[in-house]
Design a protein around this ligand. Structure first.
Ligand code: S3P
Length: 429
């Protein structure tokens, strides 16, 4: 797909519901009591995989409209093994969270996914679940894998990697671990949607500075839940409006959970012009509206401590850095190599071939910024990774010669309407 350069992006937008919350809402509703009504659901290939998965496990989901779901929960122990393996598609969050719930069910469950997901590390959830007495058998540490539950025991688990997905798997299994609280100790703060939603659903959750505990639960009930817009889907438009002179962009109703908005702090250090207003709460999460105006940016350095707060936005940071006055660096982000693609290679290969001065390091990249439009004129390979397809499109938009995104359809994994929304904002040169 060819993405032509634009002069500016202008308009008012709202984004589809947060993907992390949409997965979690459906999963918790699936083991809840009675009906959960979810509005603002972020429909995408990933979250549709979650609807399909819980249906295969015997849960009734009624789609009142594309953004409104009514989930009729099977109760905490009501999920049933389907005849076929549960297909998680491309959805890492589904594949890593669902086993936490399956470990508390009767029977043996098999999970699989697409080629990308089958290449990603799964021992990171298998290990703590085994410590809790579940039986988990992986294929050389990856999917397909099986989970067989039973009587679980509570553990205190120190996360070897800062991963909200692993934290969530352990906390969900903790709902079933009789005899005490299950505790996860985090080396660095990661997104806390699971603990937020568990508390909203009535579970006993205790939060401390660097750990979180959950007590075994009798029942969960979410009732009604509204999901705010996805900050990770807002991020490409924030970056485009920052880089394109003449832009005027307002984004409404977006999730501003501080463990998700690390990009805002980085943008501030870089001298960008983003204003937050109308702060409020949506679905128990901090939310608000954003005004973005263009600005020249200066280089910035991101270290390990900040990485989890903008882990999915780091590819976009590279594009900002390429256009900054001065040098930038990303360190402590080796996890990017284990995402839907090796995002360090994907970002560096793409931007370098289009004129960016960027080099890969084992755990990040270094960039020599040039404060004028990247040349473009070539291709950006998505490698089947939604965040990379979206980066390729924004690169084309801010470039001099445009960019051909190879594998643009990957964007639909998180954001099916991305290209239409982009077109609706574009001011031609
Ligand atoms: C997610 C957590 C992050 C993130 C992913 C979604 C979640 O992964 O990259 O896109 O919803 O918990 P890790 O927790 O593995 O870093």
């Amino acid at each position: 797909m060819r993405i032509e350069p634009a002069a500016a992006v202008r308009g008012h937008i709202a984004l589809p519901g947060d993907k992390s919350l949409s997965h979690r809402a459906v999963l918790l509703a699936a083991v809840g009591e009675g009906e959960t009504r979810i509005s603002g659901f972020g429909r995408s290939e990933d979250t549709e995989a979650t609807i399909k998965a819980v249906r295969d496990l015997g849960v009734r989901v009624y789609e009142a409209d594309p953004e409104t779901l009514r989930v009729f929960g099977a109760g905490l122990r009501g999920l049933k093994p389907p005849k076929q393996p549960v297909d998680c598609g491309n959805a890492g969050t589904l594949m890593r969270l669902l086993p936490g719930l399956l470990a508390g069910q009767e029977g043996r469950f098999e999970l699989t996914g697409d080629e990308s997901l089958r290449s990603r590390p799964m021992e990171r959830i298998a290990e703590p679940l085994r410590l809790m007495a579940a039986t988990v058998e992986t294929t050389d540490g990856r999917a397909p894998f099986t989970v067989e539950g039973g009587a679980l025991r509570p553990i205190t688990y120190e996360l070897p990697v800062a991963s909200a997905q692993v934290k969530s798997a352990v906390l969900l299994a903790g709902l079933y671990a009789e005899g005490g609280e299950t505790t996860v100790e985090e080396p660095l703060p990661t997104r806390d949607h699971t603990e937020n939603l568990l508390a909203q659903a009535g579970a006993r959750v205790t939060r401390r500075a660097s750990s979180v505990s959950v007590a075994p639960a009798e029942r969960l009930e979410l009732g009604e839940l509204e999901i705010p817009g996805d900050f990770s889907s807002a991020a490409p438009f924030i970056v485009a409006a920052t880089l394109l002179a003449g832009s005027e962009l307002t984004i409404h109703g977006v999730n501003l959970n501080p463990r998700r908005t690390g990009l805002l702090g980085v943008l501030e250090r870089m001298g960008a012009n983003v204003t937050v207003f109308n702060r409020r709460r949506i679905g128990g999460e901090p939310a608000g509206d954003l005004d973005v105006r263009p600005s020249e940016v200066v280089g910035a350095t991101i270290g390990a401590g900040e990485v989890p707060l903008l882990v999915d936005e780091l590819p976009l940071f590279a594009l900002l850095a390429v256009h900054a006055h001065g040098d930038s660096a990303l360190r402590g982000a080796a996890e990017l190599r284990a995402k839907e693609s090796d995002r360090i290679e994907a970002v560096v290969d793409g931007l370098r071939s289009l004129g960016g001065h960027i080099r890969a390091t084992p755990d990040g990249f270094t960039v020599r910024g040039v404060p004028s439009r990247i040349r473009g004129g070539g291709t950006f390979d998505s490698r089947g990774d939604h965040r990379i397809a979206i980066l390729g499109a924004i690169t084309g938009l801010v470039s001099r010669e445009g960019v051909e995104v190879v594998g643009p359809e990957a964007a639909a994994v998180s954001f099916p309407g991305f290209y239409d929304l982009l077109d609706s904002l574009r001011a031609p040169i």
